[in-house]
Write a protein that binds this ligand. Structure first.
Ligand code: PHE
Length: 379
């Protein structure tokens, strides 16, 4: 009910002339009508109904008490008729308001639930390729163009594939719980069967050589795990891309030529590569490959500022590599990998590190927090 209206009240009747009675009943009926038109809900209807029909103090009762009862004898008949007519009108109007309030409520609900089918549909964002996956795909693409195929292997690996068949000595520090995440409750198993989260993609070298005879050219993208506390440059889970080429007469020259080509394809034809001696149990000789810093062009400075990505050296370490150690071939000799007949090279690089350098990201954690504000920038 609207409260900004001055509400109708039943006046006392002193003048029972036809003119006076007519005018009073017109006032009452017009109040009744105008109040009825603003009844739109069930609650408004109840207030309206009680105001006009409540037995004790409703307006219908009031006209009985204020108009009919005090009427002088000669006016009683007409007044009685009038009050009866008015009561009938009130009852009819209250009934009409009830119907209207029901209709009004459902009309309101309909209005609220209305669907405008002419509006354009809700667009669902299709997302973007994750920068690390994008980088891995780019690297894989470069090697596919050189005739390499893609191999994959399990992330939960045995000690045998992750270490033993890769010529790691029994007490190598990588086999320590400090560095490698082992699965719990395996104390009864022999060392080679113990399960761990692979620390590199190199075990897939062995798995693939067990399955496919030489010649072989494969790249192996995947997730790897190490027991490192997370910080800006470390994550207990990260990504590597491994490569392996085995054939007769593969030389260190093939390794250098292949990787030099790959770096030029990835970072631009002006980058230079450099190899420095290193050590891995499964390659001999082993090397670290550096690429000239593609941020500062190898100068070590950016304008007057020192170049941070290469720590002003002009070179960035990008991967580990080497010639496959004959001891590794011994483990797959039965499938055609006789170290006297075949030779090969292998390499492994960190995809996250390359993505960090490519996109100028300053914290590896950003890759794995799933914050769309970060990821949207690569859309
Ligand atoms: N697996 C080595 C690492 O994780 C990288 C590597 C792969 C080195 C292949 C040589 C050959 O550091």
């Amino acid at each position: 009910m609207r409260h900004d209206l001055v509400m109708y009240t039943v006046p006392k009747l002193t003048d029972y002339s036809a003119a006076s009675i007519n005018s009073e009943s017109r006032d009452l009926l017009s109040a009744l009508e105008s109040e009825a038109t603003v009844v739109n809900s069930e609650n408004e209807y109840k207030v309206f109904r009680d105001r006009w029909l409540a037995r004790k103090d409703g307006i219908a009762t009031q006209i009985n008490d204020l108009w009919l009862k005090p009427a002088p004898k000669e006016a009683k008949r007409d007044a009685g008729q009038l009050v009866n007519e008015l009561k009938k009108k009130i009852e009819e109007t209250v009934e009409r308001a009830l119907q209207h309030s029901k209709g009004g409520a459902s009309a309101l609900r309909l209005a609220a639930e209305r669907v405008d089918i002419t509006l354009p549909g809700v667009r669902r964002p299709i997302g973007a390729e994750h920068p690390v996956i994008k980088t891995m795909n780019e690297i894989v693409h470069v090697f596919r163009n050189l005739g390499y195929s893609v191999s994959e292997g399990p992330e939960v690996e045995t000690d045998y594939y992750n270490f033993e068949a890769l010529n790691f000595p029994p007490n190598h520090p990588a086999r320590d719980m400090q560095d490698t995440l082992f699965l719990a409750g395996q104390d009864k198993k022999g060392q080679r069967d113990r399960l761990l989260l692979r620390t590199h993609t190199s075990p897939v070298q062995i798995r693939t050589m067990e399955l496919l005879k030489p010649p072989l050219r494969i790249v192996i993208p995947g997730k790897v795990y190490r027991n490192d506390p997370p910080d800006a440059s470390h994550s207990p889970m990260f990504h590597q891309i491994e490569g392996l080429a085995v054939d007769t007469n593969i030389t260190f020259g093939d390794l250098k030529g292949t990787l030099d080509h790959a770096m030029k394809a990835l970072f631009g034809s002006s980058v230079k590569t450099q190899f420095r001696p290193s050590f891995f149990p499964f390659t001999e000789p082993s090397a670290e490959m550096m690429v000239s810093c593609f941020i500062c062009g190898g100068s070590g400075t950016r304008g007057t500022e020192p170049c941070r990505p290469c720590k002003t050296t002009g070179w960035i370490e990008i991967l580990g590599c080497g010639m496959v150690d004959p001891n590794v071939f011994e483990f797959v000799k039965h499938n055609g990998y006789d170290p006297k007949k075949v030779s090969g090279f292998a390499f492994g690089m960190g995809a996250d590190r390359i993505a960090i350098l490519k996109y100028g990201v300053d914290d590896i954690q950003l890759f794995f927090q799933g914050d769309v504000r970060f990821l949207q920038q690569f859309g």
